[in-house]
Write a protein that binds this ligand. Structure first.
Ligand code: FMN
Length: 227
């Protein structure tokens, strides 16, 4: 394995969802650099369907406060993230995630108030200095959302290469109306997800969470190979 391969694999493996940040700021120039690199993502017919709002300071704080208020007044609005009947294998992984996540925070699974307070932290971008909102034209279909996903991953990897940590957050999608109003989004845009970005707080236990992955044998089927 050559140096470049080792480096890229290490970068991919080192990305993890970070949910506590130091207050250190990230310069706009560095964010532009990250987005420019991320925009090398492929997309169907080079349509580049990603739109991204990059927030910091007072506007980010104001959006966060409005989202917290929306969350508090209706902590469980219909969730567009998953279908009602999630396939069994995914339900099991979701349950495993919840168990590990709340254990890392010292929150008992039965403590619904503490869990809601942790969920609420999504909306203040887990204390990160930068918040990103990723949007897409609502007229597009699943394959264009795939393009957006590739872009979002590129943002996380380009940030990681610069020593920055991230957390992708679908939680924001539930409150698109609040976000659209705050950011004066055009009517055809819909919030796909958000992202917290900044410097990881190495002392925070929640950042020690290491989520396992299925083995290649369990999710890939090789066809036509010898042996
Ligand atoms: C599209 C997407 C949405 C996510 N939404 C949230 C979220 O709203 N809040 C959160 O804390 N983590 C969120 N995550 C992070 C996942 O929980 C995390 O990726 C998963 O548990 C694997 O852990 P890792 O990212 O540390 O490898 C999201 C991840 C993705 C890819």
């Amino acid at each position: 394995m050559d140096e470049m391969t080792r480096h890229v694999d290490a970068l991919l493996r080192s990305r993890r969802s970070t949910r506590a940040f130091t207050p250190d700021l990230v310069p706009a120039g560095q964010l532009r650099e990250i987005l420019e690199a991320a925009s090398s993502a492929p997309s169907n017919s080079n349509t580049q369907p990603w739109r991204v709002y990059v927030l910091t300071g007072a506007p980010m704080k104001a959006l966060g406060e409005a989202l917290v208020e929306a969350f508090r007044s209706d902590a469980s609005p219909p969730s567009p993230h998953f279908p009602d009947a999630l396939p069994d294998a995914l339900v099991a992984r979701q349950g495993d995630f919840g168990a590990r996540y709340y254990a890392s925070l010292g929150i008992a699974r039965a403590d619904s108030q503490a869990r809601a307070e942790q969920t609420q932290r999504n909306f203040s971008f887990f204390g990160a200095p930068v918040g990103l909102i990723f949007a897409i034209d609502r007229r597009l279909r699943a394959h264009s959302w795939l393009d957006l996903g590739l872009f979002v991953q590129n943002v996380m990897i380009a940030a990681g290469a610069r020593g920055l940590a991230t957390c992708p957050q679908v939680s924001f999608a539930r409150f698109h109306a609040v976000i659209a109003e705050h950011l004066a989004m055009p009517g055809h845009e819909v919030t796909a997800c958000g992202m917290s970005l900044g410097h990881a707080d190495a002392a925070a236990a929640v950042n020690g969470l290491r989520m396992p992955r299925e083995r290649v044998e369990d999710f890939a089927r090789f066809v036509g190979f010898e042996g």
